[in-house]
Design a binder for this molecule. Structure first.
Ligand code: ADP
Length: 668
């Protein structure tokens, strides 16, 4: 193996390249039209454009990727996770083309690719599975009878599923048919396959998975467990190892079950066996069930790397090259505690809706032995709606769980990201939340603690407004001295428009709908007297080229990271992100031609279903449209009672963020 093509993008492409390079391999990147400047492209020795932004036409296009492999002289291909990583046809075609596929044999992918077949095989191997229906009969009436037999609540899952897509929890038999339809549609669009299975919904579950590794010489080991119970919308947000409360005997038992599962399908390479544990009565030996096996490297693999000190990508490459596993089971040791935090471009306060935009600022915490950051975007880059909104991962290690949490708190505060809404404030709240510290975990954690965790961004207080005004004042000061060219010129001084008196000025900032005024008096001593509400405040400030503002507010020194993007001002202070819009009256009124009684597309995407017609009367909460964006379906509901005046789009239409999807009658 000499030259590795990475058929992926983002952080995982960068992460794989790092190890490949360290092992002396050359690397080849592929990229879509919107990824030309992406870090994975810059990092690779060679890079090839493979098509337009939509994944179907680029990162999922096997023909293009295989032709790039041939053209570039690559002799091996690593699929990363997602995209083609669990596609048996791709594994086969790569092998036929003479490439080493860094992953399991196609038959193993096939065996585990269908959740239904996998469950049936595990039942045979006497690995416990969640009670449910996983047969081939798909008639809605038949399935609804099966659901009754299982007992509500039930979970509908896409047989080809992954990433929580095509999954619906149903509590009420009357809603079964509609949920089934939604799950099928999402499954069809995400996986090109609408088969589903049904499972009993476990009310207090923990998601615990075992990392396994097998080589081509018959060796199979496990590298302990990861607890991935912290999820939103069935997608992992925080993962950790070891699982809190895991007894050594249970670990051994789950590890053995996972190794047995891998052996049963002739597995080779890195894989993860996922279990769901019913923790209504705590973590128990008879309370865990096989859920599925992921036949690839997982997003959360660094957690395992941190507690074992092993490089799993290196293991993958060695195994793919035909070597034996570097370690035997008895030589794999678990040290300390590790946690991973997924940083997403999304808005937790708005149902975790993905956020897109240009990264006006993107600074990461410093790395050391116990803090690692994997990311695949860079400052100035775009977060587009085409791919997964995960933009970075923070991985921390501590001597124990408390130590890991302490490091996470510090590192999370050090992230500076502006330009897209992120879940960082949310993650910071989670790590400081008591029940998280107490490891009272299950997959319902986030929902249960929503009141504390999912709060809207903080409103700016006097301090934040003062800092915002300082940014403007300091910028103006710099501009003026540049214009004047002569720092001693009377026109170049920063003391405002005045001849004989101290000058006046004011700023207006918009935070959502609210307007905040900051009055400014320029004092002869060079300080600014700021008035916010009724309180005056004496301030000075300095801004580095690097965007760090140091303000002195009545003697208090405050540091803030600043990103200015047009009229938008992003301030990161004490680990919280504030986004304000500068309203310059000279620029005229802020555009406001959007009728109040309308609904805008919250993000760019495709309309998959229109559920109302013009003239329809709707109640608050009624579903109006289904929008597919970032591979997820978002149902748009009526904010209030009203009559629909006009629906502007139909199914299949592409919409941009902010497009008016539908308007209501005014006098409804
Ligand atoms: P995917 O392959 O789409 O990620 P999984 O089958 O791995 O789907 O399940 C994802 C998550 O959904 C699990 O981690 C768990 O939180 C939840 N889940 C899955 N099955 C059940 C179940 N039977 N009862 C309750 N929650 C479940």
């Amino acid at each position: 193996m000499q030259k590795l093509l990475i058929a992926n993008r983002g952080e995982i492409a960068c992460r794989v390249m790092r190890t490949a390079r360290a092992m002396g391999l050359r690397t080849v990147a592929v990229f879509s039209e919107v990824d030309g400047d992406a870090p994975h492209v810059r990092m690779a020795d060679q890079a090839y454009l493979i098509g337009p932004a939509p994944a179907q036409e680029s990162y999922l296009d096997m023909d293009r990727i295989l032709s790039v492999a041939a053209k570039s002289g690559a002799d091996a291909v690593h699929p990363g996770y997602g995209f083609l990583s669990e596609n048996a046809v791709f594994a086969e075609r790569a092998t036929t083309a003479g490439l080493t596929f860094v992953g399991p044999p196609a038959e193993a992918i096939r065996a585990m690719g269908q959740k239904a077949t996998a469950k049936a095989m595990m039942e045979q191997a006497e690995v416990p599975v969640v009670p449910g229906y996983h047969g081939s009969e798909q008639d809605p009436d038949f399935l609804s009878v099966e659901a009754e037999k299982i007992g509500y609540p039930v979970l509908i899952k896409a047989v080809a599923g992954g990433g929580g897509k095509g999954m619906r929890r149903v509590d009420d038999p009357a809603k079964f048919a509609k949920a089934l339809q939604g799950a099928r549609r999402e499954a069809q669009s995400s996986f090109g396959d609408d088969l589903v299975l049904l499972e009993r919904y476990i009310e207090k579950p923990r998601h615990i998975e075992i990392q396994v590794f097998a080589d081509g010489h018959g060796n199979v080991v496990h590298l302990f467990e990861r607890d991935c119970s912290l999820q939103r919308r069935h997608q992992k947000v925080i993962e950790e190892a070891p699982a809190p409360g895991m007894a050594p005997e249970l670990r051994a038992r789950m590890g053995e079950a996972a190794v047995a599962a891998a052996r049963a399908i002739g597995y080779v390479g890195a894989g993860t066996v996922e279990f769901i544990a019913d923790v209504a009565d705590g973590l128990r030996a008879d309370g865990f069930y096989f859920m599925e096996m992921n036949t690839r490297l997982q997003v959360e693999h660094p957690v395992t790397e941190m507690i074992t000190g092993q490089d799993l990508v290196e293991w993958q490459l060695r195994v793919a090259a035909g070597e034996a596993l570097p370690l035997a089971q008895a030589d794999i040791a678990l040290t300390g505690h590790a946690m991973e935090f997924r940083v997403y471009a999304e808005n937790p306060a708005r149902k975790f809706l993905p956020s897109t935009g240009r990264l006006a600022r993107f600074r990461l915490p410093a790395e050391d032995r116990s803090v690692r950051v994997d990311s695949g975007v860079a400052e100035g880059g775009e977060v587009t709606p085409y791919y997964d909104p995960m933009i970075a991962k923070l991985v921390v290690h501590g001597e124990d769980r408390r130590g890991a949490i302490r490091r996470a708190e510090v590192a999370l505060e050090a992230f500076q990201i502006a330009g897209v809404t992120t879940n960082l404030d949310f993650l910071r709240r989670v790590v400081r939340h008591g029940p998280f510290g107490d490891a009272d975990l299950d997959t319902g954690f986030i929902e249960r603690h929503a009141e504390v965790l999912l709060v809207p961004p903080p409103a700016p207080d006097a301090r934040i407004l003062a800092l915002s005004a300082l940014v403007g004042l300091v910028e103006r000061q710099t501009e003026q001295s540049v214009v004047a060219g002569d720092p001693h010129s009377p026109w170049g001084t920063a003391d405002g428009w005045r001849l004989n008196d101290e000058g006046h000025d004011s700023f207006e900032f918009l935070f959502g709908e609210e307007s905040h005024m900051v009055g400014v008096r320029y004092r002869r001593d060079g300080r600014y007297e700021l008035t916010i509400g009724d309180t005056p405040l004496l301030a000075t400030g300095a801004l580095t080229d690097d965007g760090v503002l140091t303000g002195d507010l009545d003697g208090e020194r405050v540091k803030a990271a600043v990103a200015v993007d047009g009229d938008d001002l992003h301030l990161l202070v004490d680990g919280a992100t504030y986004r304000l819009t500068r309203h310059d009256p000279l620029h005229g009124e802020i555009e406001d031609d959007i009728p109040a009684a309308s609904i805008n597309a919250p993000l760019p995407g495709k309309i998959v279903q229109v559920l109302v017609e013009s003239g329809a009367t709707v109640k608050k909460g009624d579903s109006l449209l289904v929008l597919e964006a970032m591979k997820m379906e978002h149902t748009i509901t009526a904010p209030a009672e009203g009559r629909v005046a006009k629906v502007n789009f139909s199914a299949g239409d592409q919409v941009d963020e902010g497009d008016i999807l539908l308007a209501f009658d005014d006098e409804a």
